[in-house]
Write a protein that binds this ligand. Structure first.
Ligand SMILES: *Cc1c(COP(=O)(O)O)cnc(C)c1O
Length: 223
């Protein structure tokens, strides 16, 4: 637990102005989250609705819960009351579902559009074209209870730094295009969620504003 505090402080200290740390606490016990909280961490990332729900009940109220995993529409209702940011919108259907559940409880929910740029076929997400289509004003006009705040993506899990950098650059390019067009007047469209334990330094160089770090803070996960 001492290590967790140390890691939070080290990593936070390393982040440039404007880059926020999402401590990815999935599969880790609440004691680990408390240690991170004690070190000043307030944003936690989880990938399962049931787990975020349980942890949310026992952690302090000022924690911001970010959902980073693949989200099924049948889990949206349980998540929407307390989630601060959903990083993983990967279909129009999912976005519509979040909008309608948010409307039901009178909330506006912040979300990111997840891009698929990695070589692995297992990673979820939209192609750049699908992303632009989804972000078109026509589709979003009908969804006042979601606020698209940016994009998210994962790079291929590889030692090839140049490839990782290329993929982060592709994410940044889509962000820039959206920022220059559909979201030109939206000050809230400003987040680029990219970078994990193994590649967050590259991600920051390529423009990340939210790094999602688990293993380097909490150690290995037990699945
Ligand atoms: C698990 C996970 C992370 C954290 O990965 P680490 O390698 O442990 O830092 C980040 N982003 C997503 C989407 C994840 O699922």
């Amino acid at each position: 637990m001492e290590n967790i505090e140390k890691h939070i402080k080290e990593i936070s200290g390393e982040l440039p102005e404007g880059v926020k740390l999402v401590a990815v606490s999935k599969f880790h016990p609440v004691e680990s989250l408390r240690a991170a909280y004690k070190a000043g961490q307030r944003i936690f990332g989880e990938s399962r609705v049931q787990e975020i729900k349980l942890k949310h009940e026992v952690m302090p109220a000022d924690v911001q819960w970010h959902f980073i995993g693949h989200l099924q529409t049948n889990k949206v209702r349980a998540l929407v009351p307390y989630v601060a940011l959903i990083h993983s919108i990967d279909s129009l259907r999912l976005l519509e579902c979040v909008d309608s559940e948010a409307r039901r409880i009178g909330r506006v929910v912040d979300v990111l559009l997840q891009l698929h740029v990695a070589k692995e076929t297992t990673k979820f997400g939209l192609t750049p074209d699908e992303c632009k289509e989804l972000a078109c004003g026509y589709a979003l006009e009908k969804m006042p209870n979601v606020r698209v705040c940016g994009v998210m993506g994962m790079a291929t899990n590889t030692d090839d730094e140049a490839e990782v950098r290329r993929e982060f650059r592709a994410i940044k390019t889509v962000f820039d295009e959206l920022k220059a067009t559909q979201f030109a007047d939206c000050e809230y469209f400003k987040e680029i969620s990219m970078g994990m334990s193994d590649d967050y330094r590259i991600a920051i160089e390529e423009g990340s504003t939210l790094v999602r770090i688990g293993t380097s803070i909490f150690g290995e996960r037990e699945y």
